[in-house]
Design a protein around this ligand. Structure first.
Ligand SMILES: Nc1ncnc2c1ncn2[C@@H]1O[C@H](COP(=O)(O)OP(=O)(O)OP(=O)(O)O)[C@@H](O)[C@H]1O
Ligand SMILES: [Mg+2]
Length: 262
């Protein structure tokens, strides 16, 4: 069984299971009666620790819903979600808020930076709010990894889109969360800035041992991942390992063709 396998925590002490997050028979339905929409239909998935997982699928297939449920940003209709050994579907609001704050990082399509704070202040803001002291050495490594060392005193308006998203990536990494979720984190960037941010996400997995789950429509973005999960109509219908952009694109065309003849 996968949960019996343990690997060292990158902080050094203790050990965690090789599965960072899992969903078991998760159903998420919106509305009732005739307007009921089943966004997730009995989804089972294991997110492996220290891996970069991409979630793909057509618009409306349930990608954001799955990510929000895994991240504890949304409740499920039935089924269970675990973060490491914690069943988050059992937690009350206050504990869930605490868990999100302490153990999960987020990167959204809109960078969500505070305009009045400079880059480094934005990066440490979540920890400041939580009353936690950033680990200086770690912070330097993160800033280095995302290539922001010369830009720390700049405000968001003085940074390019790609640099702003790198601040958001650094903000997510700085608190050393167990897992980072991104919903189309490169959706607002041109291809060059997008490639930069994806490169940094990849490095954070390879060099810092970070676990990342990213929703994307872009085959090139997905090709940075170790594993790509495909959703259709609220179900996981396929997965690929270490794919190239071309392979992802071919698979998407496949699904489109099948969708049209179904
Ligand atoms: N708050 C809501 N109320 C009702 N239905 C919703 C709500 N949020 C999502 N849905 C429905 O659930 C389904 C899945 O939505 P979701 O946002 O997860 O799709 P997605 O795969 O992320 O799509 P996109 O690629 O367009 O972002 C869709 O049919 C959507 O209309
Ligand atoms: Mg979405």
């Amino acid at each position: 069984m996968t949960s019996a396998v343990t690997i060292p925590r990158h902080g050094g002490t203790g050990a965690r299971t090789a599965v960072a997050a899992r969903a078991r028979q998760v159903v998420k339905a919106y509305g009732a009666g005739e307007t009921r929409v089943v966004a997730l239909d009995h989804v089972d998935v294991d997110i492996l620790r220290g891996q970069f997982t991409a979630i793909m699928g057509p618009s409306g297939s349930g990608k954001s819903t799955l990510m929000h449920c895994l991240a504890g940003l949304d409740t499920v209709t039935s089924g269970q979600i675990f973060l490491d050994d914690t069943e988050i579907t059992k937690l009350k609001d206050k504990k869930l808020t605490q868990l999100r704050r302490d153990r999960v990082g987020f990167i959204f399509q809109a960078f969500n930076l505070l305009p009045t704070l400079n880059a480094i202040e934005n990066i440490t803001l979540p920890m400041d709010i939580a009353g936690r002291k950033p680990d200086r050495e770690w912070l330097e490594r993160v800033v280095d990894t995302v290539g922001l060392a010369g830009r720390l005193k700049h405000r968001p308006s003085q940074l390019s889109g790609g640099q702003q998203q790198r601040v958001a990536v650094a903000r997510a990494l700085a608190a050393r969360p167990e897992i980072i979720f991104g919903d189309e984190p490169t959706g607002n960037l041109d291809s060059r800035a997008g490639a930069e941010v994806l490169g940094f996400l990849r490095r954070s997995v390879d060099e810092l041992g970070q676990t990342i789950v990213m929703v994307t429509h872009d085959p090139v973005a997905a090709s940075y991942a170790d594993r790509v999960l495909y959703l259709a109509d609220g179900r996981i219908v396929d997965e690929m390992h270490a794919p190239t952009a071309e392979q992802v694109l071919d698979r998407m065309k496949d699904f489109d063709a099948r969708g049209r003849t179904a």
